[in-house]
Design a protein. Sequence first.
Length: 128
Amino acid sequence: MISENEFFFDKTVLPQALEENDPTLLLSFYQLFLDHTLPSWHKAELDAREHRWEDVRLVAHSLKSSSRGVGALQLGNQMAMIEKMIEGNLQTPEIIKEATDIIARTTIEISAHILALQADAADSQSQS
């Protein structure tokens, strides 16, 4: 169960990994992540309903590293768990539902951060 007080996105991860704080660059990474994650996970949900677990595992594997790379650490960990559960033939609908909930919360947090970065970039340009 997800707590209302949990955080799903660490905004320090990507700038540290890139050794870069350029808002435009960070925005492009975060937007690319969201543009890729949501359709990929939607496909995985459909695959799970059809019991195409290997396809779900491949999506989880892909999202595991991209999630961790942008700072969506809980999502990355959930994808790792899904991957292992499928490899062990222990998959359940509940794990898919939990991942969907984590993706929703992560998306909200990253989207809010995108808005903050856009505001910062606009402020920087107006001060130039």
